[in-house]
Design a protein around this ligand. Structure first.
Ligand SMILES: CC(C)(COP(=O)(O)OP(=O)(O)OC[C@H]1O[C@@H](n2cnc3c(N)ncnc32)[C@H](O)[C@@H]1OP(=O)(O)O)[C@@H](O)C(=O)NCCC(=O)NCCS
Length: 184
């Protein structure tokens, strides 16, 4: 397992990428609170209150958080989450497209970057870090967490660039895409 990686953003800031740990809880909560309404609308793997975050991570290794810290301030500036396996809620839709989610070889992914740090390559770097780790867990496919809103151009471009493919569409507060990436 890679413990941490240092990355330089497009504007020469140094960022540290690593797994989320218990020690990050307060920082993560601050990060979530400071996200803009626009970003919160797009990123929804869990509620933004402290207890929801604590409850999610406390018991099992089912959920893995990944964070980027600004080395200068120590603050969390990006946060992605992986669930090992698939979400029951997404499963019925995925099956309707002929996809058969597998809890051993699939994982479910949701990324976010703080508003003022977006478009600096951090989303890319954190994704590469996540990939290098999940490959060691024998994960073969990444499924988007609840799909992606079709009008979320930043994210749709982001996933397209990484080779994610649209496998189906559904309506939830507007049109959404389900996308998956084979990483074998
Ligand atoms: C999607 C997100 C994680 C991308 O992170 P990021 O650090 O800004 O992305 P990067 O700078 O690494 O850019 C990676 C690619 O994303 C796409 N992208 C990022 N910002 C974009 C923008 N403003 N407009 C269009 N495409 C954009 C591009 O394809 C870009 O590749 P390129 O620079 O070669 O063109 C970030 O925009 C975000 O947190 N959005 C809000 C939360 C969200 O939508 N999460 C996804 C939920 S499904």
């Amino acid at each position: 397992m890679t413990l941490a990686m240092i990355f330089k953003t497009n504007n020469e800031k140094q960022v540290r990428l690593c797994r989320l740990t218990l020690a990050d809880n307060e920082e993560l909560f601050d990060y979530l609170q400071l996200l803009s309404a626009e970003t919160k609308k797009r990123f929804g793997p869990h509620s933004f209150d402290k207890q929801s975050v604590i409850d999610l991570y406390k018991n099992s290794g089912e959920y893995i958080g990944y964070v980027a810290h600004d080395i200068l301030t120590g603050k969390i500036i990006a946060y992605s989450i992986i669930k090992i396996g698939y979400l029951q809620h997404d499963c019925i839709r995925l099956q309707s497209y002929g996809i058969h989610p597998n809890n051993d070889t699939d994982c479910t992914f949701a990324p976010s970057v703080a508003d003022e740090w977006q478009r600096l390559g951090i989303g890319n770097a954190l994704f590469q870090f996540v990939i290098s780790e999940i490959k060691t867990l024998r994960i073969e496919r990444i499924i988007l967490w609840g799909g992606v809103q079709a009008d979320n151009d930043k994210a749709v471009n982001y996933y397209n660039k990484k080779g994610f493919k649209i496998v189906g569409q559904f309506e939830y507060n507007g049109p959404n895409y389900d996308m998956v990436l084979d990483i074998m």
